[in-house]
Design a binder for this molecule. Structure first.
Ligand SMILES: [Zn+2]
Length: 498
């Protein structure tokens, strides 16, 4: 309820008394024209005085409300399988800080990505729309956000300072995910090993940029999006982080090296590293990258903790990574199976009790959950749930179907099974799998189960992709070439990580 300070009450009382005086003049004035002129002037004066004096008060009321809102941190980890985190059962020791954060948070064990591809998944995170509904669609880099209201738009309109720090060149400004951000830092200076035309940024540099931004003086709350690229291949952890992880190496044969990037029955060309070519050796390097992210994420979380202000934090991934499932190695983007779309999803917010939940959640839940927790209005048409409402009420999450989509293949997840449809052949493959260890999801068919009606409805959605503006793409590539010419991007450099 709004309360009024005593001096404001006095002003309101004076305004009312002034109105009474005007009425008395009106009753006593002898001539109609003079009377109405006097009354109009006095009323005008009174109203102006009232508005001038009280407007700052009402503004300061709304400003103080804005100032009281919590800060919001969204973390998206590229290519991160949950089963490499301690919080999801791993014993590799790759994620001590994330695990500590998870112990104080709500851990959702069954979270599904909108897509196994970077841009479509992030577009669903930011818009709370299914892949088929937003203008990015299932395409990874050649389509863009086209006017959809994004998460940062809502926070900006709600009085927040907004900033994003991304590490993947596919998330550069041409795809439009910068919508609503005051600062969108996509300056990437490291060349990806094995692919000299790909640039990226590592966890240490992104975190340092973000911490400088956080240290700026500000009156308003902030919304910060951190995207960490490091778990994306090729896996080249910095030496001390590589040394920190020692997985048990099974007696296994080395994998063949492929000349393509799909990773079918061998090591994709972009992932090839010197040294052992066994699956365990690659898993160890992957876990080393997670250990590196974890260290820098820990610094960021500590810095935010020291701010001594309420902060909502949501950590998730854009997609997972195959480690041998269906013969695919160290790759993603080609399947909607659990290895590629089961993701971590960890939420911390003032008032939410730490717990673990097994209800199904999805990328589309990110925006409504964060917006709702911040006390802002969730845009009409959001597909996701405001998860805090279900957590606070103690209710189980509703049973629903969620989707993962690459255009040619779509999977509908519901409960403990998913139905995969190949849209080229228009056939479905119902499968049941284990949520506790995605590496062992089974292929036992559910007896002749047809596509559900909501899955059919999903497939009927008319897609309307917006193509990346050629001009902005050219400008972006030109900027990257200029950075390269200036020596910021060292093409072909093998050991790019410290
Ligand atoms: Zn990605």
């Amino acid at each position: 309820m709004m309360t009024f300070a005593p001096q404001k009450l006095t002003l309101i009382r004076d305004h009312v008394m002034f109105e009474c005086m005007i009425r008395r003049i009106a009753r006593s004035a002898p001539r109609r024209r003079i009377k109405s002129m006097v009354i109009r002037r006095l009323r005008l004066f009174s109203t102006i005085a009232f508005v001038v004096i009280l407007t700052p008060f009402f503004l300061s009321c709304s400003e103080s409300k804005v100032h009281e809102r919590p800060n919001v941190l969204l973390i998206t980890l590229d290519t991160l399988r949950p089963d490499f985190l301690g919080a999801y059962g791993s014993s590799a020791g790759a994620s001590p800080r994330i695990d500590e954060f998870a112990r104080k948070s709500v851990v959702f064990e069954r979270a599904i990505a909108a897509s196994p591809r970077t841009v479509p998944s992030h577009a669903s995170i930011m818009t709370s729309l299914w892949v088929r509904e937003h203008s990015v669609g299932w395409v990874n880099g050649s389509s863009r956000i086209n006017g959809e209201e994004c998460l940062a738009d809502v926070f900006a309109a709600g009085g927040y300072d907004t900033a994003a720090f991304v590490g993947n060149m596919l998330l550069g400004t041409p795809v439009g995910l910068d919508s609503g951000f005051d600062l969108y830092d996509d300056e990437l200076r490291d060349t990806e090993a094995n692919r000299s035309n790909f640039v990226e940024r590592q966890a240490d540099e992104s975190t340092e940029h973000a911490m400088r931004w956080l240290a700026e003086e500000r009156e308003r709350p902030w919304f910060l999006w951190m995207h960490y690229q490091d778990a994306h291949g090729p896996y080249i952890p910095p030496k001390e982080h590589a040394a920190a992880i020692q997985l048990e190496i099974a007696d296994e044969a080395p994998l063949p090296v492929l000349d393509k990037n799909r990773g079918k029955n061998g090591i994709p060309a972009y992932q090839v590293r010197p040294g052992s070519q066994t699956p365990s050796a690659y898993a160890e390097r992957y876990a080393g990258e997670i250990h590196f992210i974890d260290a820098w994420l820990g610094k960021l979380l500590r810095a935010i903790g020291e701010e001594n202000r309420n902060t909502i934090i949501l950590l998730t991934a854009d997609h997972g990574e195959s480690f041998g499932e269906e013969g695919l190695w160290f790759s993603h983007g080609f399947r909607t199976t659990p290895d590629q779309v089961h993701i971590p999803f960890i939420l911390q917010a003032p008032g939410l009790e730490p717990t673990r939940r097994s209800g199904l959640v999805h990328h589309v839940d990110v925006a409504p959950t964060l917006i709702g927790l911040a006390g802002l209005e969730v845009p009409h048409g959001s597909r996701g749930l405001q998860l805090a409402e279900w957590l606070e009420s103690g209710q189980s999450l509703p049973t629903r179907t969620v989707f993962s989509d690459i255009g040619t293949e779509v999977s509908a997840y519901r409960g403990d099974h998913f139905v995969r449809a190949n849209l080229h052949q228009r056939e479905s493959e119902p499968r049941r799998f284990s949520w506790t260890s995605t590496r062992n999801w089974s292929v036992s068919p559910l007896s002749e189960k047809p596509l559900s009606r909501d899955f059919e409805l999903y497939l009927e959605i008319e897609t309307d992709f917006a193509t990346v503006d050629e001009q902005s793409r050219v400008e972006h590539e030109l900027r990257m070439r200029q950075l390269q010419a200036l020596g910021y991007l060292e093409a072909g450099e093998e050991e790019v990580k410290p």
